[in-house]
Ligand binder design. Structure first.
Ligand code: CDM
Ligand code: ATP
Length: 285
């Protein structure tokens, strides 16, 4: 069998409300999630022994291959689908790690899609969703990467939403942030608990809608990594920026711009003024 390939796009939380906490400590959230045109790439060569090798600019940053979420995804689906055949995976790691853009989650979801294709598992097989959630809270939304509202701890997903094309830049200051540490710094009393309007009503204007719903993890992330505050202030001050915000638990932030050309111009300016930052101009959808 020839090898199979899946893209693993970056996950962006355009909005992120923390609305409560479960007895086990996991936080309940409401988030409008979209996917970027930048991402990792996962390839599976079926019919050979299980393995994983990693290439790309962030290969060294994502830890030992044995601990990779790609292999955790294989284990989680194998537990649920007896006789599942895997193979050798190759991960091209383009996204920064521990960055709030779900890189590992999207890689795990891509691996699940590859396993489903190689084994004739249907996309709506409940074992896939269960395996995804067992790997991480962000993996279910990455399984079929289209704009959605995510609730619960990430397992409760809306239908795919239509969204106007959004142009933007993603910026990571090179400071990794562990999701658990950011949640640990969060003061639930200070979150808004304002529920999302669902489904979003774009007639009120996308930017107005997004402005009305922030990211409740921002303050905690800035406390963990002050560089996030610097990125947000830099983005907000750039010409033409409609909105500047952090994604997920950080440290990656994004800015939205009116056109692809303006996003590219802002990205070029950021790359020259901040050569150590990871900068990508992209389309969200
Ligand atoms: C913040 C988000 O990125 C928003 O999309 C996600 O909720 C994070 O999802 P994730 O990285 O897949 O998170 P997991 O790997 O499942 O959990 C890492 C740690 O983050 C905390 N965690 C995560 C998700 C959640 N809803 N509540 C939490 O409190 C828990 O301490 C957990 O031990
Ligand atoms: N394929 C992978 N890509 C990136 N990190 C991985 C991968 N597999 C395991 N990890 C480990 O998972 C941790 C979290 O990495 P990841 O990049 O997914 O975080 P994140 O972008 O903050 O995710 P989220 O937005 O879902 O919270 C890292 O510390 C890394 O060592």
């Amino acid at each position: 069998m020839t090898s199979l390939v899946e893209q693993a796009p970056a996950k962006i939380n355009l909005t992120l409300r923390i609305v409560g906490r479960r007895a086990d400590g996991y936080h309940l959230l409401e988030s409008l999630v979209v996917f970027a045109t930048v991402g990792d790439k996962v390839r599976l060569e079926p019919g050979v022994p299980l393995g994983l090798d990693i290439s790309g600019p962030y290969a060294g940053a994502c830890g030992r291959a044995a601990d990779n979420l790609v292999l955790k995804a294989v284990a989680a689906l194998s537990e649920r689908v007896p006789g599942l055949k895997a193979g050798h995976f190759h991960l091209e790691k383009n996204l920064p790690v521990a960055a709030g853009i779900g890189g590992g989650s999207s890689d795990a979801a891509a691996a699940l899609r590859l396993l489903a294709r190689a084994n004739g598992v249907l996309a709506d097989d409940p074992h896939l969703a269960a395996a995804a959630l067992a790997v991480g809270a962000d993996v279910p939304v990455c399984l079929d990467p289209r704009p959605r509202i995510m609730r619960g701890i990430g397992e409760d997903l809306s239908e795919a939403l239509w969204l106007p094309e959004l142009f933007g830049v993603l910026v990571n200051p090179g400071v990794p942030l562990t999701t658990r540490d950011v949640f640990a710094k969060l003061s639930l009393e200070r979150t808004s608990k304002k529920p999302l309007t669902a489904p979003p009503n774009w007639s009120e204007g996308v930017i107005d809608y997004l402005t009305a719903h922030g990211n409740d993890l921002t303050e905690a992330a800035v406390a963990c990594a002050p560089a996030v505050g610097e990125v947000l202030a830099t983005l907000a001050a750039l010409p033409g920026v409609l909105l500047a915000r952090m994604s997920g638990s950080g440290s990656t932030c994004f800015a939205l711009l009116p056109t692809a050309a303006e996003a590219a111009a802002v990205a070029a300016q950021l790359r020259s003024e901040h050569p150590r930052w990871w900068v990508a101009d992209t389309v969200f959808g």
